[in-house]
Ligand binder design. Structure first.
Ligand code: CU
Length: 202
C-alpha cells in the first residue's frame, strides 16, 4: 500500500499539467479572440445620441435666432430635419454639418412667437436609424440662445482624443478574462499540489 501511493501521485502529476495547459491555452486564445473582435467592432458600434443643443429642449429664446445647433456623441449621416412653426407651418431650413457629430439647421429668425418643433432623423454611427424631436419657444424679447462653443462640439465628436466608453468596456472585459485565466491556472496548480500531497499521505 505505502509503495503504490507515490506511484499514483506521480501518475496524476504527469497527467494534470497537460489538462491545465490545455484549459489555460484555450482561455488565452478565447481572450485574444474576444479582444480582437471587440476592438474591430467597437469603432462602428457607437449609437449616436443628442448630447446638447441650442436652443435647448423647452427653452424660451429671443433675439436673432438664425440657427439651431444639435451636437451628438458620435457621427450622424443621411440627416433629414424639419422646423415647424406654432401654426403648424413647416419653415425652410438649410442643414449644415460643421462636424460629423454636429448639425446646424439654418433658419430665418422666427416671425411668430410661440412653440417651435425641431424634428430630425439620421443614421447613427453604428448604422441604426434614429428619429427624434424637441420643442422650444420663441419670444422676441427673451434672451438669445447660448451658442454652443465650437471646442465643445468638436472635442466631444472626436473619438480619437479620448477613449470611448466602448473601448474602456472592452479593455475591462479583456483584463477580466485574463485575470480569470490566471486564477484558473493557479487553481489547477493548487489542486494538483493538494492531490499530490493526498496521494503521498496515507
Ligand atoms: Cu445603435
Amino acid at each position: 500500500m505505502s509503495r503504490r501511493a507515490p506511484e499514483r501521485a506521480i501518475a496524476r502529476g504527469q497527467g494534470r499539467p497537460w489538462l491545465a495547459l490545455a484549459i489555460a491555452g484555450a482561455v488565452f486564445v478565447l481572450a485574444g479572440a474576444l479582444f480582437v473582435v471587440a476592438s474591430l467592432v467597437s469603432p462602428a458600434a457607437a449609437h449616436s445620441s443628442l448630447i446638447t443643443s441650442s436652443p435647448t429642449p423647452g427653452q424660451t429664446v429671443g433675439g436673432e435666432l438664425q440657427s439651431i445647433d444639435l451636437v451628438f456623441d458620435a457621427g450622424v449621416e443621411d440627416v433629414e430635419a424639419t422646423f415647424e412653426a406654432p401654426g403648424g407651418e413647416f419653415l425652410d431650413i438649410e442643414i449644415d454639418q460643421p462636424a460629423k457629430n454636429w448639425l446646424r439647421l439654418k433658419i430665418a429668425t422666427p416671425e411668430q412667437e410661440g412653440q417651435y418643433i425641431v424634428r430630425f432623423s439620421f443614421l447613427s454611427e453604428d448604422g441604426d436609424p434614429v428619429e427624434s424631436a424637441y420643442a422650444f419657444s420663441y419670444e422676441a424679447a427673451a434672451p438669445e440662445a447660448i451658442a454652443i462653443p465650437e471646442s465643445t462640439a468638436v472635442s466631444s465628436t472626436d473619438g480619437d482624443r479620448s477613449p470611448s466608453l466602448g473601448a474602456l468596456v472592452n479593455m475591462a472585459l479583456a483584463v477580466g478574462v485574463l485575470l480569470l485565466a490566471a486564477l484558473l491556472v493557479m487553481r489547477m496548480r493548487q489542486l494538483r499540489a493538494a492531490r499530490t500531497v493526498e496521494g503521498d499521505g496515507p
